[in-house]
Design a protein around this ligand. Structure first.
Ligand SMILES: NC(=O)c1ccc[n+]([C@@H]2O[C@H](COP(=O)([O-])OP(=O)(O)OC[C@H]3O[C@@H](n4cnc5c(N)ncnc54)[C@H](O)[C@@H]3O)[C@@H](O)[C@H]2O)c1
Length: 300
């Protein structure tokens, strides 16, 4: 018996990399899958049907059920068609995995408006678009007494958590996804819908072409554990999608190789209340009591 027997899942950006790996494992665990992928290049340009079709074939060859969908997650109406595709093809939706995305790295002082907009669109707006239509579907089903539970699994990044220089567009989108994850968890709790975010790290075309990261991808000797394989990330997605994870919601969990970590949600560090308006001088005198306020470390 699989952990996702009888479930129906949408995985966006499932034609390659992490999304492909999530789709294959979730299908192996018994879910029927909408394999969504626009099929673009690493920088988001172009489109092709091959990647999504290939993953559908892989799932079917292994005895599973899947259907391809080529919509862009950046299209609000297209996102509705992604969610509708699950209902039309398999009769319902249980799980949405928001994974699609690409990069346009630049230092902020060199970044064009187009480079900013396109990354905010694919990651943050794409997650909103698909999440919005999944939530309205879950809510309708819940009100009609037809929904046992629902799952939304979003994708964040260490770039967002730590504020990586050269990725202002991507980091802002990914931390925005973290906030949206907590909001959706709160909004959908009464319908038994959970919403969590994963923070993956794996070797895909995205990370291989990222300056500074390629050094992390060393050849793995035959028989050795491949720390950077995308397949290491997917068990967390399948677990969060399963009925076992009903009590986990509004959380950020990172995974790389065999390392599984939970992140604290944003929380107050220190407070001083003087019960009146501060003067500039007083803040200067007491800011040190708020702790270390220098540039945060990138160390994890
Ligand atoms: N690989 C990592 O280490 C890593 C780390 C942190 C976060 N992530 C995140 O994981 C997710 C998957 O990345 P990946 O590394 O597998 O990259 P990838 O390039 O291998 O796969 C991304 C897929 O998304 C698809 N896609 C892009 N734009 C789309 C759109 N508008 N609509 C539908 N599909 C679209 C692409 O065609 C591609 O197949 C991304 O959200 C990425 O930001 C990855």
């Amino acid at each position: 018996m699989g952990a996702l027997d009888g479930k129906v899942a949408v995985v966006t950006g499932a034609g390659r990399g992490l999304g492909r790996s999530h789709a294959l494992l979730m299908a192996e665990e018994g879910a029927k899958i909408v394999v969504n992928d626009l099929g673009g290049e690493w920088d988001g340009t172009g489109k092709a049907s091959g990647p999504a079709n290939d993953v559908v074939k892989e799932i079917e060859d292994a005895g599973g059920q899947a259907v391809a969908n080529f919509e862009s997650v950046t299209d609000f109406d297209g996102a509705k068609r992604i969610i509708d595709c699950a209902v039309d093809s398999f009769g319902k939706l249980d799980i949405l995995v928001n994974n699609a995305g690409f990069l346009r790295d630049k230092m902020t002082f060199n970044m064009s408006k187009e480079e900013w907009d396109t990354i905010i669109n694919v990651h943050l707006t794409g997650t909103f678009n698909c999440g919005r239509w999944a939530c309205s579907y879950f809510r309708e089903q819940g009100k009609a007494g037809k929904l046992q539970s629902g799952r939304i699994i979003n994708t964040m990044s260490h770039a967002g958590l730590l504020g990586n220089a050269g990725q202002g567009n991507y980091a802002a989108a990914k931390l925005g996804i973290g906030a949206l994850t907590i909001v959706l968890a709160r909004e959908m709790a009464k319908y038994n819908v959970t919403c969590n975010a994963i923070v993956p790290m794996a070797r895909t075309r995205m990370t291989v072409q990222t300056p500074g990261l390629s050094a992390m991808f060393v050849e793995v000797a035959e028989g050795q554990f491949d720390d950077m394989a995308p397949e290491n990330v997917s068990p967390l997605v399948a677990y969060l999608a399963s009925d076992q994870a009903q009590s986990i919601t509004g959380r950020w969990l990172s995974i790389r190789g065999g390392k599984l970590e939970s992140w604290l949600p944003p929380q107050l560090a220190k407070a001083i209340d003087i019960g009146k308006r501060w003067t500039v001088k007083e803040i200067g005198e007491r800011a040190g009591e708020l702790g270390d306020l220098s540039l945060p470390s990138m160390e994890i």
